[in-house]
Write a protein that binds this ligand. Structure first.
Ligand code: A2H
Length: 253
């Protein structure tokens, strides 16, 4: 962890009932996978959610009605940020692994896909954010390569019990134009750098550097309520919109 605190927007990705398997005990609650993002303006183009298959997660009570699925570490931080039914003390209703979450159907704020699925990403860090990541393959090189890996490798899908219909129908959706990189910047930069897979860490770090800052400073929105406007201007507006509607909360660590 860095010396400076990092402020994330936690996107509440709602688990669509009925709850089955280990999640059955959560019946009657509103259950969310809570994904930490620095790019709330890209949420229109979500195609899926990522978890670490061997990661340890839990379903924690946020208040009387809502439950967040996150790592235990994140739940403790949330409990010190007024996001726990019992102040400063996480209450875990059920322990889960990432594998338990794969295939869960979700409804996520702003997403133009009505339903998206929870899929495995092998490079998720368990000591950052919530261990849950929302996937925007158009603008995140990590997300782009992880989705390409699943799409192009049937054996990878079968290893984690991923059904074709959770992955194959989901196209990469444009959300931001960056003059230098076009409408799908992650795809362009991954191709330019000849990135082979989600495990190509050094090149992915480079790809992130190339796209992240430019998306903010030079990007223009291609979709949504703020279509045609500069990312720099509308990022705070989109962030306020999801916070005020109760579809997201702030989280820092
Ligand atoms: B970002 P920073 Cl479109 N492990 O959200 C790995 N990656 C994680 C994570 C974890 N535990 N928790 C969050 N992240 C990702 C959107 C996005 C993101 C786009 C473009 C770039 C980008 C959609 N995924 O991040 O280390 C999340 O992905 C590039 C920096 O705190 C989160 O924002 O700087 C970002 O990494 C936080 O990374």
């Amino acid at each position: 962890e860095g010396v400076q605190p990092q402020d994330y927007t936690l996107i509440k990705m709602e688990v669509i009932p009925p709850y089955t398997g280990k999640l059955k005990v959560l019946e009657g609650k509103n259950v969310f996978l809570a994904a930490a993002t620095l790019r709330p303006e890209t949420m229109y183009a979500q195609t899926n959610c990522w978890v670490l298959p061997e990661g340890k997660y839990g379903a924690f009570e946020i208040n009387e009605t809502d439950v967040f699925i996150v790592t235990e570490r994140a739940a403790l931080n949330l409990a010190y940020q007024n996001l726990s039914r019992v102040p400063q003390k996480p209450t875990c209703l059920v322990e889960l692994t990432g594998q338990d979450l794969i295939g869960l159907p979700l409804k996520s704020p702003l997403s133009s896909n009505k339903v998206i699925y929870t899929l495995p990403m092998l490079t998720i860090l368990t000591d950052k954010g919530t261990g849950v990541v929302t996937s925007v393959p158009s603008d995140s090189p990590d997300d782009y390569m992880a989705l390409q890996d699943l799409k192009s490798k049937p054996l990878l899908r079968s290893k984690y019990g991923v059904k074709d219909e959770w992955v194959l129908p989901f196209e990469v959706l444009p959300v931001i134009n960056i003059p230098e990189f076009g409408d799908i910047s992650a795809e362009k930069v991954c191709a330019d750098l000849k990135i082979k897979s989600q495990n190509d860490k050094e090149k992915l770090a480079e790809a992130k550097k190339l796209t992240y800052l430019k998306g903010f400073t030079e990007g223009t929105m291609l979709v949504g309520d703020f279509k045609g406007r500069k990312v720099q201007e509308v990022k705070p507006l989109i962030k306020s919109k999801v916070l005020e509607s109760g579809q997201a909360v702030m989280y820092s660590e």
